[in-house]
Ligand binder design. Structure first.
Ligand code: ZN
Length: 158
């Protein structure tokens, strides 16, 4: 790692600590040439591969942006979106692959969004699954009802 001040090609790590709940490592470095200190952040790269083949780093902010659009006018606060994006990242990381197809990110969003807000879920699903007719909505709403009944059975036996 080059020193950002004097471009010396080497630096010494003086401190390392976990950041962002273990998903990043911050290192304090010291330049043996000019003596100045700087910080580097190391994260494991998780890329999302779009249908076009282009890949970009996974971003919770992007997840939040996409879901927020579907939540317009709905009573969903920012904390809930932040939590949802965290859940999506956990799901995507748990897949064990460093290159995630973008449709899997969409799938990972649908589950928690369904539990968060039904209308937002239907909006998001209609774009993600490219609904083309009212029947597509009907089918999805049937699924939603089945899911709710399933949950009700679980909670009533608990
Ligand atoms: Zn230096």
């Amino acid at each position: 790692m080059h020193c950002p001040f004097c471009r010396h090609p080497d630096s010494r790590v003086v401190d390392s600590r976990e950041a962002d709940e273990g998903q990043a490592i911050r290192r304090r470095r010291s330049c043996p040439e000019c003596g100045r200190r700087f910080t580097t952040v190391e994260t494991a790269v998780l890329s999302v591969v779009k249908r076009s083949g282009v890949s970009e780093p996974f971003s919770r902010d992007k997840v939040i942006k996409g879901v927020r659009r579907a939540c317009q006018g709905r009573d969903v606060d920012n904390d809930a979106l932040v939590l949802l994006a965290q859940q999506v990242e956990d799901t995507v990381r748990a897949s064990g692959s460093a290159e995630i197809p973008s449709n899997e990110v969409g799938l990972a969003i649908l589950g928690p969004l369904r539990d968060l807000d039904e209308v937002a879920y239907l909006r998001f699903a209609s774009v993600y699954r490219s609904f083309s007719s009212a029947e597509d909505f009907e089918r999805e709403i049937d699924e939603l009802r089945r899911h709710q009944r399933g949950e009700d059975t679980v909670s009533s036996t608990a």
